[in-house]
Write a protein that binds this ligand. Structure first.
Ligand code: PLP
Length: 404
């Protein structure tokens, strides 16, 4: 049984008011709120354990290292990776994608090589590759989408050729909510001998992810979008791929021996973790993953699916409603415009009613260009949202629509 009352009590911020109205937080795609257990675990570590990790002989350093490495094991279990060697801590999805783009680019890409991305990518999975494009003269090939917001899989298959080096696609669109058939797409890519990077920023908070079952080569996600702290994220990479990639940044932690003439690099995953890691945040992330696991990712998924379908049905009935992203495989993200009301006006007026939504291009300008719009209003759901909150959103939209 999904105990929504108890779940909401775990998130103190949900009890606050905005402009005298109860907060309705529908900006979970941007970042999620944090349960008490995450904040308390981080505070406890700062108060009682804090010391820099790795190589410290003293008690606190060893204790902090233990927490940090236990967090890596928690992430490994959460993703069902084979080994903690495959779990690299980064600052978030953006850094994870940049790490692969930069190191894969240096090791494997040359002029006219091609990377396949899609029309629904977040800027982090476009611009990271454009930076390599400038350095290496590679080409980006883009999978088109249908009117409903699904990837055109037949076009995807046609994009492969002997120059294709990597597929880098989002699992779930942060604008359309489309859940892409990545397992099938990975099979296709592998049949062409091409590895696949999955941007899991918008999937990890909403569904169980098993990297072995998916057979993806790289998988990136952000802690703060899955009820964990800001400043920490994960890059999963198959060990044979991570072994082949050069280091991303130089500094402490990532080396074995250093001389002015020659440096040897540390083993995985430390080769990619230069400098002091955010070891307090990794503890927070581990508690966040334990928290969602204790509720059950399947339960969260089923609950949010019901909410999404309820919201989509009610939204569709609003006069002059334009919904962007109506795929049958859709999750927790609802982008819309109503009549000629500017997305900024809608967002600002909803805010006055205590409703937090996001407005603008959602870091997906190429998708906005394709849709012929400047931006949308986006309501994105989390495990603590309720049908009552959807009703408040709908009432708010109706009220604003009538004002215009
Ligand atoms: N990819 C997708 C699909 C996203 O939605 C986001 C953030 O909104 C990112 C990547 C970037 O995540 P971060 O800013 O946490 O690195």
């Amino acid at each position: 049984m999904y105990d929504i009352k108890k779940i909401r009590e775990d998130f103190p911020i949900l009890g606050r008011e905005i402009y005298g109205k109860p907060l309705v937080y529908l900006d979970n795609g941007a970042t999620t709120q944090k349960p008490r257990c995450v904040v308390e675990a981080m505070t406890e570590e700062y108060y009682n354990v804090n010391a820099n990790v790795h190589r410290g002989v003293h008690f606190l350093s060893q204790k902090a290292t233990e927490l940090h490495e236990n967090a890596r094991e928690t992430v490994r279990r959460f993703l069902n990776a084979r080994s903690t060697n495959e779990i690299v801590f980064t600052r978030g999805t953006t850094e994870s994608i940049n790490l692969v783009a930069s190191t894969f680019g240096d090791a494997f890409l040359k002029e006219n090589d091609e990377i396949i991305i899609s029309q629904m990518e977040h800027h982090s999975n476009i611009v990271s590759w454009q930076l390599i494009q400038a350095r290496r003269g590679i080409r980006l090939r883009v999978i088109p989408i249908t009117d409903e917001g699904d990837l055109c899989l037949d076009k995807y298959e046609q994009l492969f050729n002997p120059n294709t080096r990597l597929v880098s696609i989002t699992h779930v669109s942060n604008v359309l909510g489309t859940v892409n058939p990545i397992k099938q797409m990975i099979v296709t890519a592998h049949a062409h001998g091409v590895p696949v990077l999955i941007d899991g920023a918008q999937s990890v908070p909403h569904m169980a992810v098993d990297v072995c079952d998916l057979d993806c080569d790289f998988f990136a996600f952000s802690g703060h979008k899955v009820y964990g702290p800001t400043g920490v994220g994960v890059l999963y990479g198959k060990e044979n791929w991570l072994d082949k990639l050069p280091p991303y940044m130089g500094g402490g932690e990532m080396i074995k021996n250093v001389s002015f003439e020659h440096t040897t690099f540390n083993e995985l995953p430390y080769k990619f973790e230069a400098g002091t890691p955010d070891y307090i945040a990794t503890t927070g992330l581990a508690h966040a993953l334990d928290y969602v696991t204790s509720i059950g990712m399947e339960n969260i998924h089923a609950y949010e699916q019901e909410l999404t379908q309820y919201a989509m049905k009610r939204m569709a009935k609003i006069e002059n409603m334009r919904l962007f992203g109506t795929s049958a495989n859709k999750d927790a993200v609802i982008s819309f415009l109503v009549g000629n009301i500017h997305h900024l006006d809608m967002g600002t007026l909803l805010d006055r009613l205590g409703i937090a939504v996001r407005t603008g291009h959602h870091c997906a300008e190429p998708l906005m260009h394709l849709l012929g719009i400047e931006g949308t209003v986006r309501a994105s759901l989390g495990l603590y949202n309720t049908k009552e909150e959807i009703d408040i959103l709908i009432d708010g939209i109706e009220r604003i629509r009538k004002m215009f």
